[in-house]
Design a protein around this ligand. Structure first.
Ligand code: SF4
Ligand code: SF4
Length: 428
């Protein structure tokens, strides 16, 4: 018998944390047991505990192939089509000019690129074809600014709802500027969204600098008024904030604003990211500072996405159950790669090209020795392919997220907040 090569031990204050990606569990063991395991003195381990360690695949037979087992698990996750996600860019036009917008760098921001009814009908047919065997479907409307093409957006919602036999949920990603104006006329639709993601990057002085209207006018006040309307009417808002290291300390002022406007915390959920490519060099520091900010936001009574969770697959881009549909019917796998023709995997009219799609489906963190031996594999799945592409020019896995730089601290936070869910059912 021997130790499973995918299992990792991380020193904790009172022993060791055992990360077990094959069964997706976490245990805490004492130093005595750790020493017996690491020195392969299995005969010293009490029989009852030894059996549990075997059950959990922490100790395996010499000929066991843990990499093959993990590969099978990934395959199952990648090819599970019982749940499908379709992200639809109903337009690529936008009324904003955000400083970090990759659509902006793609030079398409200023042009009118709306999805028309004919393409919308073809999108519906494509979704019906692709989700034939699915039980649930999620449709995310995205852009550009999707509310600029509200006629086609609401047309798609009506048609998809009436055509689909399966359970369908809608989400919207918007810059939020038009919510205030459109609310009265379209509230029936706004209320149908499971959640609406709206971005505020900080207090007004920072947000308005980063996310101005095209032409430079400020947007903060109009957006927060829209958020107030939505949350007052029971619509869940996912408040997205794209941060820069230099602005982290100002972020609590945004929380003051949310309180000042009387935003109902029950319907607001904060999610934070660091999107600007230049920030990557700051990841070690961001990693530390973000932990503090996370705790601060929680202390203020806001709900915030845990920056660390079990994620064996980095995102839908490498699965068979997620597609991003451009305004003209072209299909991609990743939101950030939309418009880069070399990454197009098909069209709604002609379907998916197996050859290009396979390039994405075959991405596997186990093919990268760095990920294969990484204790964070279970929480990362191999990192963001877009970031990897930006930095190496290659469509591949292995680009480490900022959490990697304070891995132990994030792991401890995870155990504190979600330990019960992922702790082993059988105690060692
Ligand atoms: S709102 Fe979105 S699409 Fe529009 S400029 Fe900003 S990041 Fe780009
Ligand atoms: S991308 Fe980095 S953090 Fe993620 S599994 Fe690979 S090596 Fe680990």
């Amino acid at each position: 018998m021997r130790l499973n090569k995918l299992v990792h031990f991380i020193k904790n204050d009172d022993g060791y944390i055992v990360i077990n990606p094959l069964i997706g569990e976490i245990d805490v063991i004492d130093s005595e047991l750790y020493n017996m395991l690491i020195s392969a003195n299995f005969n010293l381990i009490p029989q009852k505990i030894f059996e549990v360690l075997k059950d959990k695949l922490i100790i395996v037979q010499d000929n066991y192939n843990e990499f093959y087992a993990y590969e099978n698990l990934l395959k199952k996750l990648k090819f599970d089509v019982s749940f499908q996600t379709f992200t639809i860019l109903v337009t690529r036009s936008c009324n904003f000019e955000c400083v970090y917008c990759y659509e902006h760098t793609n030079q398409i921001l200023l042009q009118e690129r709306h999805m028309n009814r004919r393409i919308a009908d073809e999108v519906i047919e494509f979704i019906n074809r692709m989700s034939y065997n699915s039980k649930k479907i999620k449709v995310i409307f995205y852009g550009g600014e999707p509310l600029l093409n509200i006629n086609v957006l609401t047309y798609l919602m009506d048609e998809l709802e009436s055509h689909q036999g399966q359970k369908i949920t809608f989400e919207l990603i918007t810059n939020g500027y038009l919510v205030k104006d459109l609310w009265e006329r379209y509230k029936k639709y706004f209320k149908k969204f499971k959640q609406i993601q709206i971005t505020l990057d900080g207090p007004p002085e920072i947000h308005n600098k980063l996310r101005p209207l095209r032409g430079g006018l400020p947007t903060f006040e109009t957006i927060i008024t829209g958020i107030k309307l939505l949350t007052d009417n029971g619509v869940h808002v996912a408040l997205r904030s794209n941060l820069y290291l230099k602005y982290i300390k100002e972020y609590p002022k945004l929380l003051d604003e949310l309180d000042r406007y009387g935003i109902n915390k029950k319907y607001l959920h904060i999610g934070i990211g660091f999107v600007h490519p230049d920030e990557i060099k700051n990841y070690p520091l961001i990693s530390k500072k973000f932990l503090n900010l996370y705790l601060q936001i929680k202390r203020r009574g806001f709900s915030i996405t845990l920056p660390f969770y079990v994620q064996r697959i980095p995102c839908g881009a490498i699965t068979n159950n997620s597609f991003v549909i451009d305004y003209n019917g072209d299909i991609y796998k990743c939101w950030a790669l939309v418009g880069l023709k070399q990454f197009k995997v098909g069209t709604v009219q002609k379907g998916i090209s197996e050859k290009t799609h396979r390039k994405f489906l075959s991405l596997n963190p186990l093919n990268n020795s760095k990920c294969r031996d990484c204790p964070m594999l279970m929480f990362c799945g191999g990192g963001c392919i877009y970031n990897n592409y930006l930095h190496s020019g290659k469509l591949d896995l292995g680009f480490c997220p900022f959490q990697k730089y304070s891995f132990r601290e994030y792991l401890q936070l995870f155990i504190k907040e979600l330990g019960d869910k992922y702790a082993s059912k059988k105690q060692i």
